[in-house]
Design a protein around this ligand. Structure first.
Ligand SMILES: [Zn+2]
Ligand SMILES: [Zn+2]
Length: 236
């Protein structure tokens, strides 16, 4: 006997994604998808936003058992790959494309939570492998390696950031790091204090390119925000 579903002939998680794909040409907000579902099913009262999040590669979605399994979002053979179908870009959910959006992974954190992060680059993985070697082994490999780096052509996907956001946040910071509150460590050639504008919720995780989501940091705090454990809160 065919399985019965509350809404239509397939799981609502699947229908929700298909509406983004087919009704909105691959980009829609939760409110837009919600309106279609209410139109399709008179008795609809599911949580559309959650059904979108469960399918979104850059959202933490370990709440669902099938997302508590380590995988990369470009692993088309993974048994749960069918849930790696959307990318959350601010309020808009769009059809996920690993080439455009980058690859993410679901991993278990040291305290047992299932989280999402961008996958490390090949270079970072190679460095980690090299750190594992003994110094002797590294020296041995270095002795036969070429000291002239190979040149390659790289194409990368970048966000086109709004210069107004950068300028406004720098104006608000008045030359001080908005995290450690110390003065900028040096001035640029033109005399402006050197600070870097960072996004509290990363653009790669769907954060907005807005003054509210941006913070001016000194280079030390900025590095720590990316590679350490700095807990940032919006200040602007
Ligand atoms: Zn700082
Ligand atoms: Zn940053």
């Amino acid at each position: 006997m065919a399985r019965k579903y509350v809404y239509g002939d397939k799981p609502i998680r699947t229908t929700t994604v298909e509406i983004v794909e087919k009704e909105f040409g691959g980009k829609a907000t939760a409110a837009q998808v919600d309106a279609v579902l209410r139109h399709l099913f008179a008795h609809y009262k599911d949580d559309t936003h959650l059904n979108l999040v469960v399918n979104s590669v850059n959202c933490n979605r370990g709440h669902w058992s099938f997302n508590r399994t380590a995988r990369r979002t470009d692993d088309v053979n993974h048994r749960h790959h069918e849930y790696d179908r959307l990318y959350k870009n601010g309020k808009v959910f769009e059809v996920y494309d690993p080439v455009l959006h980058g690859v993410f992974e679901i991993y278990e954190s040291f305290d047992g939570k299932w989280l999402t992060r961008p996958v490390k680059s090949e270079f970072e993985l190679q460095i980690e492998a090299a750190i594992e070697l003994t110094s002797e082994k590294r020296r041995e490999k270095l002795s036969t390696a070429s000291a002239t780096p190979e040149r390659i052509i790289v194409s990368t996907y970048e966000f086109k950031r709004n210069p107004l956001v950068v300028a406004e946040v720098l104006a608000l910071a008045k030359g001080k790091c908005q995290y450690c509150l110390k003065n900028a460590p040096f001035r640029r050639e033109d005399g402006r204090p050197y600070l870097e504008v960072h996004h509290v919720e990363w653009l790669a995780n769907g954060g907005e390119d807005s003054v509210e989501n941006a913070i001016a940091l000194c280079p030390n705090c900025h590095r720590e925000a990316h590679f350490g454990k700095l807990e940032l809160k919006p200040v602007n």
